[in-house]
Design a protein around this ligand. Structure first.
Ligand SMILES: [Zn+2]
Length: 403
């Protein structure tokens, strides 16, 4: 384990505050830090001297001159501290290396094998992580720790996955104390959170809308998952359920949902729901341009067909998007986000689905005469926030920022 872990963990709050500012805003001058903190120069000098002596920060470069002597800027010393991340999804998992400044160093995607028990998965992930570190010439001892991301629901204080996407296929993933197993194998400190909260906090801190008051992150794929950051704090649902939005009931006479209720958003707007409705319509004799047997048609085919003008594909995607838009309007009405960021396979495959979802939501809010001011945006899929999310959670916990 990186010896800096214990130094950083034990830092008093005023030291952590300075380090946070340099980590997020560096290279930065002392006078800028003074402006943010209001500290007296003697106090700031002594705090910064500690980090300089500990070889955590250094004078990086000389800032822009505004006439007089150019200010000296400080930043984190490169290549001394890294965080590993493992983000487990429904179909894949990613292993990622991030540096202390939240730069994505490397990441690799693997297929999720649902037959694996947690122990087998961890053994394999350990080997893959070691390979990735090797390929990037990063010594294992430079790792501060590991951030684990998962789907589903957690008992974070006990480090337990209550359920995840893997639990549906393999009951050894139900109520499993995963944090303990990871720490045992990796021998470094670990944190766990749901992926959607991890990516929401990464977007909030480093994304295009960084610093916005209230950020909602919505992922539309096999499930509908949501995360929310309000003034730097994660808004958490009961047991960190990532699909709480997906199980918002929008039709009390609606279809039976896997959760036990009826008419949830997920029954209409998720990939499995869209594919199921499309196949059912074909079985009832509807026409499509897709030249495949009914049971082989997948969501990509449906999205492509909609783009090509297929009436049935457009109809089914529109219905799915209208339902999502209604659920979203309910959510916006309650929580008043300033930004809603969309991501996920459905959003990436179908601009039509995204557009109708947003239009519906905007229309429903207009009907309420709400004085709202929200930006809707698609996540930049190349930004890598989804990948660094679990690492960011680890780092934020270490810097004392995570609730
Ligand atoms: Zn449900």
């Amino acid at each position: 384990m990186n010896p800096y872990y214990n130094i950083l963990r034990q830092l008093p709050a005023d030291y952590k505050n300075i380090l946070n500012i340099i980590q997020k805003k560096g290279p930065i001058s002392k006078s800028e830090i003074q402006e943010i903190t209001g500290l007296k120069l003697t106090k700031l000098n002594s705090l910064m001297q500690f980090f300089i002596d500990s070889l955590i920060i250094e004078k990086k470069c000389v800032g822009d001159s505004t006439g007089g002597r150019p200010p000296v800027l400080f930043d984190i010393i490169d290549k001394k501290m890294y965080v590993l991340g493992i983000g487990m999804g429904s179909l894949n998992y990613n292993i990622t290396i991030m540096d202390f400044k939240a730069n994505l160093i490397a990441s690799r995607k693997f297929e999720m094998n649902m037959t694996y028990k947690p122990q087998e998965f961890i053994e394999l992930a350990y080997i893959q992580a070691a390979e990735l570190l090797d390929e990037n010439n990063i010594d294992y001892n430079k790792l501060l720790g590991l951030g684990i991301g998962t789907t589903g629901s957690l008992n974070r204080s006990e480090g337990k996955i209550i359920y995840s996407a893997s639990s549906r296929m393999n009951e050894s993933w139900i109520n499993i104390n995963i944090l303990e197993l990871f720490e045992e194998k990796f021998q470094i400190p670990c944190t766990i959170d749901v992926n959607i909260s991890s990516v929401a906090i990464a977007e909030y801190l480093y994304g295009k809308f960084k610093g916005t008051d209230r950020l909602m992150y919505l992922n539309c794929a096999m499930s509908i998952r949501s995360g929310f950051v309000s003034n730097g704090r994660l808004l958490r649902s009961t047991n960190d359920k990532d699909d709480a939005f997906g199980h918002m009931m929008v039709n009390i006479d609606g279809e039976a949902c896997s959760c036990g209720n009826y008419g949830c958003v997920e029954c209409y707007s998720s990939i499995p729901a869209i594919v199921k409705k499309f196949r059912s319509a074909l079985k009832l004799g509807r026409f499509t341009v897709i030249q495949k047997s009914i049971d082989e048609i997948n969501y990509t085919d449906i999205c492509d067909a909609a783009k090509a003008g297929d009436i049935l594909a457009q109809e089914i995607l529109r219905d799915a998007a209208v339902t999502l838009g209604c659920g979203l309007a309910n959510y916006i009405n309650l929580l008043n986000p300033s930004v809603v960021i969309f991501n996920g396979l459905l959003i990436n495959e179908s601009d039509f689905f995204y557009r109708i979802s947003v239009e519906t939501s905007v229309q429903k809010l207009k009907n309420l005469n709400m004085d709202y001011n929200i930006e809707f945006s698609k996540s930049d899929s190349l930004s890598g926030f989804f990948l660094i999310g679990p690492c960011v959670v680890f780092l934020e916990a270490l810097l004392g920022n995570l609730n």
